[in-house]
Ligand binder design. Structure first.
Ligand SMILES: Nc1ncnc2c1ncn2[C@@H]1O[C@H](COP(=O)(O)OP(=O)(O)O)[C@@H](O)[C@H]1O
Ligand SMILES: [Mg+2]
Length: 251
């Protein structure tokens, strides 16, 4: 897109019965940035993600990815468009090894040709290399053969980021990747997210204010389903509405 928005929402709205979970949210995620969405619990952040990636069909409004209207497209088609998400709760196959989890995701991404059942032999070594590279990227090179269920909580979340990366996303949606992590694992995850900046466009939901303030290029603030502010970390920190709605005494 000429203005550089990789993802754009226009007046995105989602009702659950009488509850309006997301109300007319318009935002642009620019290519190459780390853009965070913050807001109190229940303010509609996860629902916004679900709308963006086609988990939920919006009540109203549009979603554009690279200028293309993808509103209501089912989520299984979106990875192929380059939009991949992680989940607020860990979502990996516990019985598979770390390597197998990433390998499967990398393999699934590759669209076979007309004779899809005839895979090139070299493809397997390419996927193998890719899986190993990604596991290195997320700090799990030493855990290739460990079953996912035996990993620590922090390692499982890192693995989930690896699985998400294996789909080669143009836009990475991360929903509270540090949720439930101990301080040290939180720091590791923060460093991991930081290490991806520049190579990926990242939209991050994060509850921990210090992290958001230190690593984001832009921040959108939600409250009661609405976008109440957007700007650089400094702008958001100084915003009165944000202070009132969200930061409060925690500042
Ligand atoms: N599938 C659903 N059905 C009904 N209500 C929902 C559903 N998902 C979320 N909600 C409600 O929508 C509001 C926003 O939730 P959510 O998007 O999960 O907020 P956040 O991620 O900011 O904590 C909450 O009031 C929540 O209870
Ligand atoms: Mg949430």
């Amino acid at each position: 897109m000429s203005d550089g928005a990789l993802l754009r929402t226009e007046r995105l709205t989602c009702d659950f019965g009488a509850l309006r979970a997301v109300n007319r949210v318009s935002l642009d995620v620019r290519a190459g940035t780390l853009h965070s969405v913050i807001g109190p619990n229940g303010s509609g952040k996860t629902t916004l993600f679900n709308l963006m990636c086609g988990e939920i069909v919006p009540t109203d409004g549009r979603v554009y990815f690279e200028g293309r209207d993808v509103t209501g497209l089912p989520s299984h088609r979106l990875p192929h468009l380059g939009l991949a998400r992680s989940f607020q709760r860990t979502n990996v196959f516990g019985k598979l090894t770390a390597y197998e989890n990433v390998w499967a995701a990398a393999f699934a991404r590759r669209t076979p040709g007309a004779l899809g059942f005839l895979r090139r032999a070299s493809e397997f070594s390419e996927v193998d290399e890719e899986a190993r590279r990604i596991l290195g990227e997320v700090g799990l090179a030493h855990k290739l053969t460990a079953r996912a269920e035996t990993l620590s909580h922090g390692q499982q979340r890192a693995l989930e980021v690896g699985v998400t990366l294996a789909s080669s996303p143009r836009l990475l949606l991360l929903d509270e990747p540090t949720q439930g992590l101990a301080p040290e694992a939180t720091q590791q995850m923060t460093r991991l997210v930081q290490s991806l900046v520049g190579r990926y466009t990242i939209l991050l939901i994060e509850h921990k204010m210090r992290i958001v303030m230190s690593i984001s290029d832009r921040i959108s603030v939600m409250a009661f389903g609405e976008l109440i502010a957007e700007g650089t970390p400094d702008e958001v920190r100084e915003n009165r509405d944000v202070q009132r709605a969200y930061l409060g005494a925690r500042r």
